[in-house]
Design a protein around this ligand. Structure first.
Ligand code: FES
Length: 104
């Protein structure tokens, strides 16, 4: 696992997803106040852009076909199964950093 700088916190939109390409993968970052979450940015269904989905509380809805996920757990709300990878994300001063698995 390796930590990567994602962005400055000031770049993040609340009540929406924020999409970044980091270390060769797409991640979706969500912020609500001082809370941050990061999940795989590609939908488990057909790769839709999770960060472009509508956010309602802890739920994000994929814009392509409506699959819904919990942004805290990566679980699909219909099946209850984790279908999006989740990543540890934290603030370091004004910067957002995420820990991602190393490429195999
Ligand atoms: S690609 Fe996300 S619901 Fe189909």
């Amino acid at each position: 696992m390796t930590w990567h700088r994602v962005c400055d916190k000031a770049e993040l939109k609340e009540q929406a997803g924020n999409e970044f390409a980091v270390a060769g993968r797409v991640i979706a970052v969500f912020v609500q106040g001082s809370n941050l979450w990061a999940v795989d940015g590609m939908c488990a269904h057909q790769g839709g852009p999770i960060a472009q989905g509508q956010v309602d509380g802890s739920c994000v809805t994929c814009p392509w076909h409506g699959w819904q996920y919990d942004i805290e757990t990566g679980c699909n709300l219909l099946t209850g199964k984790q279908m999006l990878d989740t990543f540890t994300v934290e603030m370091r001063g004004a910067e957002v950093w995420v820990e991602l698995p190393d490429a195999s």
